[in-house]
Design a protein around this ligand. Sequence first.
Ligand SMILES: [Zn+2]
Ligand SMILES: [Zn+2]
Ligand SMILES: [Zn+2]
Length: 144
Amino acid sequence: MTSSQHPTTAEELRGAGLRVTAARVALLETVRRGDHLGVDALAAGVRDRVGHISVQAVYDALHALTAAGLIRRIEPAGSPARFEGRVGDNHHHVVCRSCGAVADVDCEVGEAPCLTASDDHGFSIDEAEVIYWGQCPDCSTTRS
Ligand SMILES: [Zn+2]
Ligand SMILES: [Zn+2]
Ligand SMILES: [Zn+2]
């Protein structure tokens, strides 16, 4: 997965000004390998690699990685936060109302903000958060 011209995960953490710990390296790699995982699944993935880590430590590390821009947090209304490694583009998400499955949706515009506010109230707007809601293929077939 990693080739020699790409920085290692530890180098990326250092480059983002973060202290490098085994748990942070494992967490960043688990987020990137996963598909919009929640905190519990991430904690389990990190424990598989580095042994015991408290949920609070996972939260703290997720916060640091998010603040550094290495991962992105998405928080659909009414469902727990998920994390992904796809950062640096303005993509959106589609969320299943029944099971909470999340998938990436490329932005038609490509850059934020991709919707124009009819009235910006004098704010300098830098993002329009778009979440598409519906039923995933599995849930729509079980219901029909
Ligand atoms: Zn579903
Ligand atoms: Zn995504
Ligand atoms: Zn968009």
